[in-house]
Ligand binder design. Structure first.
Ligand SMILES: Nc1ncnc2c1ncn2[C@@H]1O[C@H](COP(=O)(O)OP(=O)(O)OP(=O)(O)O)[C@@H](O)[C@H]1O
Ligand SMILES: [Mg+2]
Length: 292
């Protein structure tokens, strides 16, 4: 029996993933049994339900956020397991960046809660920021400084002490050409600058990365390079929540992709066992939800 390519998980049914740090799924409830039966009819493997579950690192539960007197996130729920890349996709103004800012403690939820490693974010901001590196939508590095100088400067600002060898290693990780490292950023392409911002996030050595459009404005080769870096970081155990407009990249990098529309999580796509989410299906669903 063939495994269906498309797999959209209703956020309501995804509540299992939202439990705080379970190592294994508990004994299935009646509702989960029903779901297994449905999966069996679809030809899906049962191991998804019974396999050991990775620890949930990031959790949003019924998250509501008001900005400018308007509700911009409404009852958003999802979780990201340790070493997982979870991508948030959605139209302009859907609430993607707001979600990241809420995980950083810059925006306080009006309802529900967000937690990292079991800590409620707005009650533990200092500890949360120690564990989290954030790549903003438009990171501003200094054009008159080199990559090495920018990294040293911003690490010092963050109170993080890293050796020159560690800085070189991070620049190796993001594949920034050696001969460019002492050149002023004014001469860099956008992709090269983005590699430096990712190197900065890597150098923080935090278990969690929150990335707002890390591949925005990059050419296809640079996008592939950045995506390969993210996959390698996740394989090394880093938990990554990334916002993107790149459907293909999201399917390539993430095991799960959440679709936000006007502040609501309208679906969570999940990659089939040993496969990837179908970019075509994701794109079509995105277009349907955005009325095109
Ligand atoms: N500082 C602010 N004050 C008031 N409303 C805001 C503010 N920032 C964003 N919003 C509103 O919150 C909603 C969600 O914005 P957000 O920036 O999270 O969207 P996004 O999904 O990241 O969009 P984009 O893809 O354009 O970056 C939008 O309606 C936006 O107008
Ligand atoms: Mg945004």
């Amino acid at each position: 029996m063939s495994i269906p390519k498309r797999r959209v998980v209703d956020p309501e049914k995804n509540r299992l993933d939202e439990r705080e740090a379970p190592l294994y799924f508990p004994r299935p409830s009646r509702r989960q049994h029903d779901r297994v039966d449905a999966d069996r009819r679809e030809g899906l493997s049962l191991c998804r339900l019974y396999m050991p579950m990775k620890k949930s690192v990031l959790t949003a539960q019924g998250l509501c956020v008001d900005r400018g007197g308007r509700r911009v996130l409404n009852e958003v729920s999802f979780s990201v397991g340790q070493g997982e890349v979870f991508a948030l996709l959605g139209g302009n103004g859907a609430g993607k960046s707001t979600t990241l800012l809420t995980f950083l403690g810059f925006i306080r939820p009006s309802g529900g809660r967000v937690s990292i490693n079991g800590m409620v974010v707005h009650e533990n901001k200092a500890a949360i920021r120690q564990q989290t590196a954030y790549l903003p939508e438009s990171a501003s590095l200094y054009a008159h400084l080199s990559a090495r100088e920018n990294l040293k400067y911003f690490l010092a600002l963050a109170g993080v002490n890293r050796s020159s060898a560690e800085i070189e290693h991070a620049l190796d990780t993001v594949s920034l050409a050696s001969d460019a490292r002492s050149r002023r950023l004014a001469s860099y392409s956008k992709g090269m600058r983005q590699k430096v911002t990712i190197a900065l996030a890597v150098l923080r050595k935090t278990p969690v990365l929150l990335l707002d459009e890390p591949t925005s404005g990059l050419d296809p080769v640079a996008i592939d390079e950045i995506n390969a870096i993210l996959i390698a970081l996740a394989e090394a155990g880093t938990t990554i929540l990334m916002v993107t407009h790149d459907v293909y990249g999201a399917c390539h990098v993430a095991r799960r992709v959440g679709l936000l529309q006007q502040g609501q999580m309208v679906g969570i796509f999940e990659a089939p066992e040993n496969g990837q989410i179908s970019a075509e299906d994701l794109h079509r669903t995105f277009a349907e939800h955005n009325g095109r």
